[in-house]
Design a protein around this ligand. Structure first.
Ligand code: ADP
Ligand code: MG
Length: 493
């Protein structure tokens, strides 16, 4: 979904575009400040700034800044932000308000940078626009790349290494120019050195010197195993209103991926959504969860219209989802994946015994033994389960599962079936399950809805749908309808 228009332009871009846009902002600000000569003396420096800052004071500020950064990184908003860095749509789907969290981080870092700038000027004794332009910005970027952008320890390591590198290269340059050559002057050695440092790091350690770790992870070889999870009873959801999808349409260019589809899901009901490839199942789930905007129609939850609601608010109202192509926060631990959803979701950060609850959830899905493992390193089937655990952390009243058994073998999908059946017993969420494994759908679901070319073409009990000729045709084509129909019905066993 396009973010709401009220979000600031820089908040709407991420990754490399954000960095480039920020550089653009720097150029604009520099241009204006240097251009507005009457107010700023243009590119001339403001001299005579009292030199009141010495090394101890600067160091004190460094320590305070680092403490602030570490507290923020380890806080729940920090966790939400790290999750959003890993996978933004997934973060929204568990209730993270990405723009708000980014704005918070941006404000804190801008505050720290501003204070640092003041201290620098009071150390140098001048305010010169040149001091705050490309060179220092470039150096800061290099520090982040070299040390690693994802940990405070990495940022510190980057700052130390790059500062030393710059000083050494500068002395070498001066030495060469003074001692060896009068002509031609050697210059640009620093920039060349920094560029080589970037290339070297990108080549050997793509995520920087510290990768995703903090210093204590390395020194203590810390693992986050928190012992046997306490027994926490699953929270049973209150059966409230239904989830109703009325005449929803969503087109991509000229293609109507979902074309006036209507269906409803009663509390606690498990509904299967099947249909040939490209029939619009995933798109429909995207519309319901707010990840995609609807072009027409309405979606009503508990009597409230949620059609135009951003996806993090829909998640907080108790609609959890998984993705067809697994979208975990790969570089966070399994526990942190689930924790993000508890922190951002409806259960709220105040929820007591958060870690215990998250571990209990992992155990419910049979993956408690992997709590401290990076999600991206889990086996495929376990990743699918972790995604379900993460969605459950929202205590959802409705769960949208997009091909949960895809890529699983028979025994894995049987296990999944048992888990889903248990979930329904213990927690009672309504579920909309998309899958190609018809035997799973037929055994799990109370009702089955069939989508074809974005339209609902059949709806009924598994038995009714299986014998529906329109369904068989849509699935298998006209030619061998009869023989395949026989096959389809034997698959139920
Ligand atoms: P299903 O999940 O039933 O296999 P999808 O909802 O993924 O089907 O896709 C429905 C149709 O919409 C397909 O024809 C697909 O190519 C198209 N489609 C899906 N997502 C996009 C997108 N982001 N951009 C363009 N076309 C898309
Ligand atoms: Mg799909």
């Amino acid at each position: 979904m396009a973010p709401p228009l009220r979000s600031p332009p820089l908040g709407r871009v991420g990754g490399a575009s954000a960095a480039i846009a920020t550089l653009g902002l720097l150029i604009i600000a520099y241009g204006i400040l240097v251009g507005a000569r009457d107010f700023t003396r243009g590119s001339q420096a403001l001299i005579g700034v009292p030199r009141t800052v010495d090394i101890p004071l600067a160091l004190l500020f460094v320590v305070v800044a680092l403490v602030v950064c570490r507290i923020f990184r380890d806080s729940l908003p920090g966790l939400e932000l790290r999750a959003a860095r890993e996978d933004e749509p997934a973060a929204r789907a568990v209730g993270v308000d990405v723009h708000r969290r980014r704005l918070l981080a941006w404000t804190i870092s801008a505050g720290i940078a501003a204070i640092a700038g003041v201290l620098l000027a009071h150390e140098l004794g001048v305010y010169s626009p040149r001091e705050f332009y490309f060179q220092i910005t470039f150096a800061v970027l290099v520090m982040l790349i070299v040390g690693g952008m994802t940990s405070v320890s990495g940022a510190v390591a980057g700052a130390v290494v790059v500062t030393i590198l710059i000083e050494v290269l500068r002395s070498v340059e001066e030495f060469i120019n003074a001692a060896w050559f009068d002509e031609p002057t050697v210059f640009g050695l620093t920039d060349i050195g920094l560029s080589l440092a970037i290339l070297g790091v990108l080549f050997w350690r793509r995520n920087g010197l510290f990768d995703y770790r903090e210093i204590e992870d390395i020194v203590l070889r810390r693992r986050q195993d928190s012992g046997e999870p306490a027994v926490v009873a699953p929270v049973r959801v209150e059966p409230e209103g239904a989830l109703e999808i009325r005449d929803v349409t969503r087109a991509f260019g000229g293609l109507r991926a979902v074309d006036g589809a209507s269906l409803s899901l009663a509390p606690g009901e498990i509904v299967g959504l099947i249909g040939p490839n490209g029939s619009g199942k995933t798109t429909l789930l995207g519309c319901i969860s707010g990840a995609l905007e609807c072009d027409g129609g309405t979606i009503v939850l508990d009597g409230a219209d949620i059609t135009a609601m951003p996806s993090h608010l829909i998640a907080r109202r108790g609609v959890g989802r998984t993705f067809q192509n697994i979208r975990l926060f790969s570089n966070l631990s399994s526990l942190e994946n689930v924790k993000t959803a508890v922190a951002a979701g409806s259960a709220g950060p105040g929820a007591a015994g958060m870690t215990q609850r998250c571990l209990a959830l992992l155990r419910e899905l049979g993956i408690a033994g992997y709590a401290s493992r990076r999600a991206g390193t889990l086996a495929y089937g376990l990743q699918r389960r972790l995604e379900i655990a993460r969605a459950l952390a929202l205590e959802p009243r409705y769960l949208l599962l997009d091909e949960p058994a895809a890529g699983m073998n028979k025994s894995e999908s049987d296990e999944l079936l048992a888990i889903l059946a248990r979930l329904r017993q213990a927690r009672g969420p309504g579920m909309l399950v998309v899958d190609h494994d018809l035997s799973l759908i037929m055994r799990l679901c109370d009702r089955v809805i069939v989508l074809n070319k974005g339209q609902v073409i059949a709806e009924g009990t598994p038995e009714e749908v299986q014998s529906d000729t329109a369904v068989i045709e849509a699935y298998l084509g006209r030619r061998r309808t009869a023989e395949r129909a026989a096959m389809l019905s034997t698959r139920r066993e």
